[in-house]
Design a protein around this ligand. Sequence first.
Ligand code: PLP
Length: 344
Amino acid sequence: MIDHSQPAITLRDAKSAGRALKSGYLSQGKVTADFEKSMARYIGVKHALAVNSGTSALHLALLSLGIKSGDEVIFPSYVCTAVLNAVNYCHAKPVPVDIARSDFNICIESTKRKITKHTKAIIVPHIFGFAANISKFLKTGIPVIEDCAHGIGADYHNKKLGSFGALSIFSFYATKMLATGYGGMVATNNKRLAERIKNLREFDNRADYITRYNYQMGDWQAALGLSQLAQLDSFIKRRREIARLYDNALAGNTGIMYRQAVRRESHPSWLRYIVGVKKQSEFLTRLHKKGIEAKRPVFKPLHRYLGLSPRQFPVTEYIYKTAVSLPIYPSLSKQAAAYIAKSI
Ligand SMILES: Cc1ncc(COP(=O)(O)O)c(C=O)c1O
């Protein structure tokens, strides 16, 4: 079976994590600080703070902005439940909106329609590694949290994603571009927000008491992260080669209704390669029979969990019912990718 996704763990990664494990220091320490510095440099921001997941990163980003009960947070419906969870952790009101038909990113018009005096943040994921039109969201004047769980290494106007919002978050979950099993990062240029996040992330041996969290990353995971980061550009290069191969092999295939549109001002990192097909379930089953694991890229849109009318989310519904994610990862061979394209 050709897997839908696979982490790119190399001998270099094993050696790096092994050295950290042998050092006898397993919790957050010097290696984590090195990983944070390297991430900040890579993204082009002043502060990066490592945490134990992308969800924790989102939670702390929201808390650092002071999000609390009575506040509203806008985000796209077509994204995983981690986003909704983080808003709920803060007891804020979740406000899902529809996505754009071209690139499946959060729709600016739908967002503007939902802004009220209670809107305190907008979460803008760069879905599947494709840059959202971030400048339009920045112009609303509402703090933007860039969700780069999919977007590490992609750019927008020649700057790395994650360097535009008030804050940005990253996930290093096993299926992500840079994988440490579990893990995440919050990045910001704002020293005050960075200090708040640092304060909330660590609970032990503190003079005062506020509710704090145990969201730290351990040094051996940071060692894996550091070594993955050093290889990230080569991983992305390989993903781009596979995307080109699919583009060429699938050009003119009339069964494919759409692909994810690339903004002219950006270069995607290709966490996912999406095709739109009429009979999604049948397509997935038939690929499976040919030994190929393809998937629905989002398990269930968030408005469905919240019991909101699908009529308010026509694009999300359409993409949810027709989008299929094909295998794309650095260890996928050219032959396997060609076989997938031929099977389609
Ligand atoms: C867009 C998005 N944001 C946030 C997260 C949360 O990341 P984590 O799984 O590391 O908690 C995920 C994914 O899993 C995601 O896909």
